[in-house]
Design a protein around this ligand. Structure first.
Ligand SMILES: Nc1ncnc2c1ncn2[C@@H]1O[C@H](COP(=O)(O)OP(=O)(O)OP(=O)(O)O)[C@@H](O)[C@H]1O
Ligand SMILES: [Mg+2]
Length: 190
């Protein structure tokens, strides 16, 4: 978890390699569908470009089918999901059906000025159509309204790991790794 620009995607890729589990990023899946102009992509393009959340029903179904892929059987990392209380409830049920549950929720903490400056930089480098000034501001508001309540939910469950998202990418990765280790969440030897 973390606001747009907190570094979720960057850290997710690293964790995915360290733990040998897929990083499942709903935003990436939406973007690739938009690029390929699939029916889903066509349906969500305007929503994603504006920085709004895709309706829960669509997002939930997408995650459910992705988690059925064989590579997710031994574990997975979700990046950018769940983002609403309804998605939390859906995921709980989905996992419970298979006798599974989340091991941890990592919250990347970064202040607003820092994330805005990162997103401005990315706008120039990657040209994401939702990295316009207006969409950035809007995404922050949506995050604040829809997603910050999840912090308390996972905090109450004792799952939340707060990690300082500022500074070097490597430093943040080390912080995440030691926080997970401290909870006994370590890569399975292969
Ligand atoms: N769980 C979700 N629920 C609803 N919409 C989602 C969800 N995940 C992604 N999206 C859609 O995809 C867009 C991009 O998501 P993504 O996670 O890539 O970006 P972000 O968190 O806003 O920023 P960043 O890439 O900097 O972390 C969101 O703004 C939203 O429109
Ligand atoms: Mg991302």
């Amino acid at each position: 978890m973390g606001p747009p620009g907190a570094g979720k995607g960057t850290q997710a890729v690293r964790l995915s390699e360290q733990y040998g589990i897929p990083a499942i990023a709903t935003g990436d899946i939406f973007r690739s569908n938009i690029k390929e102009q699939t029916p889903l992509g066509v349906e969500v393009k305007a929503i994603v470009d504006a920085g709004d959340y895709v309706p829960d029903t669509l997002t939930n179904a997408l995650v459910a089918s992705r988690l059925e892929e064989p590579d997710a059987v031994g574990g997975f990392l979700l990046d950018g999901y769940p983002r609403t209380l309804e998605q939390v409830a859906y995921l709980d049920e989905l996992l419970a059906r298979d006798g599974q549950s989340l091991n941890a929720v990592i919250q990347l903490v970064a202040d607003q000025d820092e994330v805005v400056s990162r997103l401005r930089k990315r706008a120039i480098e990657q040209g994401r159509t939702d990295d316009t000034e207006e969409a950035i501001r809007h995404r922050q508001q949506v995050y604040l309204r829809e997603t910050t309540p999840l912090i308390a939910v996972y905090g109450d469950r004792g799952l939340l790991i707060e990690v300082d998202g500022l500074g070097d990418i490597d430093d943040v990765s080390s912080r995440v790794a030691s926080a997970l280790e401290a909870r006994g969440i370590v890569p399975v030897a292969s």
